[in-house]
Design a protein around this ligand. Structure first.
Ligand code: ZN
Length: 152
């Protein structure tokens, strides 16, 4: 596994829209392993492929609080349903160093995606998991959390 350089604002690459992955193969698995290693090294809880300059719809996350690692892999994630209730979390981003802000997002969402082995998964997310996956999926559209703030 290789630790990659994380792109930061105002890199134009972060604003690209990422493309769907055709199938989860060796190349994608190596990418996911590198992303995870990079994320752990940076002490983050989520990373999208575009943050290391790869415009593919791939996300890795680990929101476990203890020392046991619980990596999650999301390929081609799609939000199927969103709660109309919102919750607020203070968010940060490895691509926006040293900035934190409260962001409102639907408190629950249902996601369909492919896992590390290309298996289709349907997941109901709430709490931090819901917030984090929505933050990461924004990266796939070239959106950063600070974009919500400038609308105020
Ligand atoms: Zn981010």
């Amino acid at each position: 596994m290789t630790i990659k350089t994380i792109l930061t604002e105002p890199s134009k690459i972060l604003r690209q829209i990422s493309l769907p992955v055709e199938k989860v193969g060796k190349e994608e698995q190596i990418l996911m392993n590198d992303m995870l290693e990079t994320m752990y090294d940076a002490k983050g809880i989520g990373l999208a492929a575009i943050q290391i300059g790869v415009p593919k719809r791939i996300i890795v996350m680990d929101i476990s609080k203890d020392d046991k690692k619980k990596p999650m892999y999301f390929v081609n994630p799609i939000i199927k349903n969103k709660n109309s209730n919102y919750s607020t979390y203070e968010e940060g981003c490895l691509s926006v160093p040293n900035q934190f802000a409260e962001v409102n997002r639907p408190s629950e969402c249902e996601i369909e995606y492919l896992d590390f082995n290309g298996k289709k998964i349907f997941l109901k997310a709430s709490g931090l998991l819901a917030t984090c996956i929505q933050h990461e999926m924004d990266h796939l559209e070239g959106i950063l959390f600070i974009d919500y703030l400038s609308k105020l």
